[in-house]
Design a protein around this ligand. Structure first.
Ligand code: ATP
Ligand code: MG
Length: 449
């Protein structure tokens, strides 16, 4: 396609990406922009990043750029670093010749291709470093809209899989046989729903049908990779649409197995809570506000924790405080087997959860101390969401905190006196018991202490 046909102008392309293309070209290599950036430029979106593909090997790329590092084992490629912008430079991928690994057979001498490319018995590609031609590279890409190649020497786009038609028809369709392609890389199922939501397109029938059958293969993906992929699903600015599609195609279960059973009823408070969290997250992203994965995961796991906590109280006779802490540990432990949430986020998640128990306790200096807590804002936002969904005492508590934050010094004093007058009995009792055992914490229904 000529410039007139695809409509991409060089102005839409990052200067750094252009530099990489020119440098590769002048060293005698072929080089193209490919994938999401070409697709986004054609549909009129701002590409998130620019990916380059070339016939130069990663080592040859490294020789050309000082600011280059090689990354990845499963999929080796070069990162050319320009301050905060990274241009990913991959080498054309070729087809794997090796058969899926047989566990009963100790392979003799491995061919070079086997060492570079490796597939599991389920058909999953474990290593993908077999290099090939541009045609092979195009066949190895996931969706037809992602296999268009822009060349800066003549400004043409080469469309290997009728991606332009797919854009016109608003279709997300896999290249090749859907079952084989999902087995090769189950993450493609998540990518299908992400692109459908992002581009406001529909996944084609045959590409959809296999998802419901093969969703469970996602459990074979390393938990660290899933963390990255799941994040892209929910911090894209279209988290709610993505979530709705994931629900529709049963993709929540393999990722968040403890949450999924609570979402079966779309009207349940759990479903409403998650939807509201995603609506708020989308709004924040789309208005340039910061979001943290910790808040999202804290929300995904809140009701599983509450449920587990209740079970521990009923079945093991534990008090709420102990049951809650065990629930936090166990639920988190099970989740990180599936999705490796980094420690820096789980620390914040724990704080958000623990503060839910502290927010009801406002007497004396506690309310002031709470305002100073580094996680107060996140914990308050979390409480507000719970209040919006559950109403009742929880909403009153959240509203109290809203007013307390906005109040003047005098008004705050008045609020605390009023609280003490209303709940007087509850204040004095703990003081008298000072030398006795600590009063038991109350259940998640906030006690108005
Ligand atoms: P975005 O950057 O908007 O998330 P993208 O399509 O650019 O979308 P990337 O993850 O940046 O997604 O990948 C760049 C390109 O690499 C894709 O467009 C696709 O051609 C190819 N690709 C990425 N992941 C896979 C995969 N799992 N299987 C096959 N091809 C893939
Ligand atoms: Mg991209």
């Amino acid at each position: 396609m000529t410039r007139g046909e695809h409509g991409i102008s060089r102005k839409g392309i990052s200067d750094n990406a252009l530099k990489v293309l020119y440098r590769l070209n002048s060293a005698g290599f072929e080089a193209y922009l490919v994938g999401g950036c070409v697709r986004d430029l054609i549909v009129g979106l701002h590409p998130k990043d620019f990916d380059v593909v070339t016939n130069a090997t990663p080592d040859e790329v490294k020789e050309l750029f000082k600011n280059c590092r090689l990354i990845g084992r499963r999929f080796r490629l070069a990162h050319v670093v320009f301050g905060r912008e990274i241009i990913e430079v991959a080498t054309f991928r070729g087809h794997h010749q090796s058969e899926p690994e047989k566990s009963d057979k100790k392979s003799d001498k491995k061919s070079n291709k086997e060492v570079l490319g490796k597939q599991s018995q389920e058909g999953q590609i474990l290593r993908d470093n077999v290099f090939g031609s541009i045609e092979e590279d195009a066949e190895r890409r996931d969706f037809t809209v992602n296999a268009m190649y822009y060349r800066v020497t003549d400004f043409t786009v080469t469309d290997f899989a009728n991606g332009m038609d797919a854009i016109k028809n608003k279709r997300i369709e896999l290249i090749g046989d859907p079952e084989t392609r999902y087995r090769e890389d189950p993450v493609r199922m998540l990518r299908a729903v992400r692109f459908a939501a992002k581009l406001d397109m529909t996944i084609s029938d045959d590409s959809v049908e296999a998802i419901r059958r093969l969703g469970s293969l996602l459990s074979n993906i390393p938990p660290a990779r899933l963390f990255e992929e799941v994040l892209k699903l929910f911090i894209s600015g279209q988290g709610l649409q993505t979530y709705d599609l994931m629900n529709k195609y049963d993709l929540i279960q393999p990722l968040l197995p403890q949450l999924a059973p609570l979402l079966v009823d779309a009207q349940s408070r759990e479903s409403q809570f998650i939807r509201q969290v995603l609506i708020n997250t989308d709004n924040r992203i789309n208005t340039g506000m910061r979001v943290t994965p910790a808040f999202l995961y804290a929300a995904f796991l809140w009701y599983p924790i509450e449920e587990y906590c209740q079970k521990m109280m009923d079945e093991a006779g534990l008090n709420h405080f102990d049951a809650f802490n065990i629930a936090i540990n166990d639920v988190l432990h099970r989740q990180v087997q599936r999705i490796m949430i980094p420690k820096r986020f789980t620390t914040t998640m724990r704080e958000i959860w623990q503060l839910q128990l502290r927010l009801p306790k406002r007497f004396g200096r506690r309310a002031y101390q709470m305002l100073e807590h580094p996680r107060f804002r996140a914990a308050y936002d979390f409480l507000l969401l719970r209040g919006q969904i559950e109403g009742g005492q929880l909403l009153e508590l959240a509203d109290w905190w809203t007013s307390f934050q906005e109040a003047s010094v005098e008004q705050r004093k008045t609020m605390l006196i009023k609280l003490r007058d209303e709940e007087g009995g509850a204040v004095r009792r703990p003081r008298k018991r000072r030398t006795n055992k600590k009063p038991k914490s109350t259940a998640s229904n906030p006690s108005p202490q």
